[in-house]
Design a protein around this ligand. Structure first.
Ligand code: F6P
Length: 414
């Protein structure tokens, strides 16, 4: 008897997470002799807990295909942490109860490290309660901080956006430096890991080219050294371009800019580091500045997505369904790099317990000795991930993004 599947998006969305959703739905449709309907969680896992699921079988093939080029999370994503099994068994039991009521035997969870932990626990409890669920994680996070997988879908597109924006803003400030702005600062996401900030380094290769300074979360912020570097850059090139990670920390470990509050995973909400750094530059060096927060613009910029990233996102979703149908469970699909140049890759998989609740930081050998730039090794790693364009269709000058009906599955439980 074929069973149904459940797909949910989790955590911060990306420009390509819907390409993974598209792959899951299209692949499941191809194997409709072996897998039933795919239900999607409205607002991620919350949709399963509240039995508020979307029947994707009611969407046309065209609407599903359009997900491939549509940013955001098509069914809604959530920052919602299911706690440990011991503390919170009832919530996991509820999940299994909903799965049982709708004959859901496959769980595809599209998220980061915290979500892989949830998928792992669901796979454990399902078997324990006599309703085994095939659980497959699909990696996603712009932060690029999942271990084992070479990179995380979503990251390549943010990396491209940040590299291109750094390049373009540099041309602007370079034009104005003689009489106006001397320092431009771009704040990027990445929370505890500096992968996105590193991508700013792709904007220039030659010695002296911008960005002149990258501030990584992995390198404690040394104010005097930073100011001396800004001063030297302005002296030599007339201007200075800085890319700063939202996760920059003081030497004592405090974030330079904590926006206040925490999400459900206990992560501090970050934001505003660029304005702190800019004010410091003005106060100490008296230089005119502009700064920008790439914020949601960077992770939703589907119009400039990396073609490689879109392919990765689709492939990890497609393989998730194929592996589930082959009987694999409690795994996450991964991107395996086979060579840098030419860039060759394939899709592999890893047990969920090896990726759950972990964060992969930038290795020290990817950051230059002075702590302000990226090395050749880092460049070799990053370059293939931003290659190629995958433009959405345009109409009247605007991208034609897709939209779904998102019709609810009738509840069967109280
Ligand atoms: O999920 C990754 C991320 O984009 C981080 O880089 C960022 O700090 C965070 O999400 C922002 O989360 P939210 O959109 O929930 O405020």
């Amino acid at each position: 008897m074929k069973q149904n599947g459940f797909y949910a998006q989790s955590g911060g969305v990306t420009a390509v997470i819907n390409a993974s959703a598209c792959a899951v739905l299209e692949t499941a449709r191809k194997h409709s002799d072996r897998i039933g309907k795919i239900y999607a969680g409205r607002n991620g896992i919350i949709g399963a807990l509240t039995e508020d699921m979307i029947d994707t079988s009611l969407e046309s093939d065209e609407a599903i295909a359009a997900l491939r080029h549509t940013p955001g999370g098509a069914f809604g994503s959530a920052r919602y942490k299911l706690k440990g099994l011991d503390e919170n068994r009832a919530e996991y039991e509820r999940l299994i109860e909903v799965f049982k009521a709708h004959d859901i035997g496959y769980f595809f969870y599209n998220g980061g490290g915290d979500s892989m932990d949830t998928a792992h626990k669901v796979s454990q409890l399902g078997s324990e309660l006599g309703f085994p669920v095939t659980c497959v994680g699909i990696p996603k996070t712009v932060d690029n901080d999942l271990p084992v997988t070479d990179n995380c879908p979503g990251f390549g597109s943010v990396a491209k956006y940040v590299a291109v924006s750094t390049m373009e803003a540099t041309l602007d400030v370079a034009s104005m430096a003689k009489t106006s702005t001397r320092v431009f600062i771009l704040e990027v996401m990445g929370r505890h890991a500096g992968w996105i900030a590193a991508a700013g380094g792709l904007a220039g290769k030659d010695p002296g080219s911008a960005p002149h300074i990258i501030l990584f979360p992995e390198v404690p912020f040394d104010q005097p050294r930073f100011l001396a570097r800004v001063h030297a850059s302005v002296d030599r090139y007339e201007y200075c371009v800085v890319v700063v990670s939202e996760g920059l920390r003081h030497p004592d470990g405090r974030f330079v800019a904590e926006a206040g509050g925490q999400d459900a995973f206990g992560h501090a909400q970050l934001g505003g580091v660029a304005s702190n750094v800019a004010r410091l530059v003005k106060a100490e060096l008296g230089l005119k500045y502009h700064y920008a927060l790439a914020d949601y613009l960077q992770r939703s910029a589907r119009h400039i997505a990396s073609a490689v990233d879109v392919r990765h996102a689709y492939a990890v979703g497609q393989k998730a369904v194929e592996l589930a149908l082959e009987g694999h469970t409690a795994i996450m699909t991964t991107i395996v790099r086979e060579s840098d140049d030419p860039y060759r890759w394939s899709i592999g998989h890893v047990p969920l317990d090896q990726v759950a609740n972990q964060e992969k930081m930038m290795p020290r050998e990817f950051i230059t000795e002075d702590g302000f730039g990226i090395t050749e090794a880092c460049r070799r790693y990053l370059e293939p991930l931003i290659v190629g364009e995958d433009y959405p269709p345009y109409l009247d000058g605007l991208p034609r993004y897709g939209g779904l009906g998102n019709i609810a599955v009738s509840p069967r439980l109280a």
